[in-house]
Write a protein that binds this ligand. Structure first.
Ligand SMILES: [Zn+2]
Length: 266
């Protein structure tokens, strides 16, 4: 699997790390019309999207944003490549000192644990407090996921404010809706900024159709409001966005167009 191109924000480079792929049936998008977005679809008419994480080196810190799906091979996910891709990038599991999980769906926290313990033994794991409540305390994603997450509990630091400073140039932003504690990472360097926004958006068609509701959004109306707010802010400030599942795990950035700005990928 080829490496994704690093995304540069000022002095910080954000490296996509691939774990595998997911198939998203387009009927998961309620009220969506893909007529003008056929180029996003595979031959079977569905979205085939990457699953993975982003590696960020900033100051003396080695940060992973999200943690892939893990060794899962089912109708939706085909994962398991993340550790190999990290080692091809010359990074060992011991070197990761900080992890920020956007939310506790299985394709974003899959590699947190392995063989009953943490995969990344030296990492502090930052998770939105409302997601910990929903998925672990209330076990709303099933007992199995809650039990697995309990095995890394002593590494976890809960995020319970709108903004938390994580590492030089990285601050979290509360972006609830897809899940109750969904958390984005805002990366800034110099005059440049990108919002790494997990699953606040799933496909590029939502850049111009933020009102499409997605089946797995826990609170669909709040997810739409959060998506609209994020995109309004990004457009106002010329900020790029970097969702987890866009083609090639690339960012969408704003370029000037006549009288407005336009989103382009890469
Ligand atoms: Zn996802």
């Amino acid at each position: 699997m080829p490496h994704g191109e690093p995304i540069r924000i000022g002095a910080i480079s954000i490296q996509p790390v691939f774990d595998g792929t997911a198939v998203l049936d387009i009927t998961l998008f309620d009220g969506a019309d893909f007529t003008e977005h056929q180029h996003l679809l595979a031959d079977d008419g569905q979205l085939h999207v990457p699953v993975g994480a982003f590696l960020v080196r900033t100051g003396d810190r080695t940060v992973l944003l999200d943690a892939g799906v893990g060794e899962v091979h089912d109708e939706m996910f085909d994962g398991g490549a993340l550790l190999d891709d990290l080692s091809r990038l010359g990074v060992t599991v011991d070197e990761i000192d900080t992890i920020v999980i956007s939310h506790l769906h299985s394709d974003h926290c899959g590699w947190l644990d392995r063989d009953g313990g943490p995969t990344f033994p030296n990492a502090t794991v930052h998770i939105g407090a409302a997601d910990w409540q929903h998925f672990v305390v209330d076990a709303r994603g099933g007992r199995r996921r809650a039990e697995r997450l309990r095995t890394v509990e002593d590494r976890v630091q809960l995020i319970d404010s709108d903004e938390t400073s994580i590492a030089p140039g990285i601050t979290t932003r509360s972006t609830p809706g897809h899940t109750p504690g969904h958390t984005s990472a805002v990366i800034s360097s110099g005059r440049e900024r990108v919002i790494v926004l997990g699953d606040a958006l799933h496909c590029p068609a939502q850049l111009t159709n933020a009102e499409w509701q997605f089946f797995y959004d826990v609170d669909r109306e709040l997810a739409v409001r959060t998506r609209q707010q994020l995109l309004r802010d990004a457009e106002e400030h010329g900020t790029s966005v970097l969702p987890c599942h866009f083609p090639g795990m690339q960012a969408a950035r704003l370029v000037p167009a006549t009288g407005e700005r336009r989103w382009v990928l890469g």
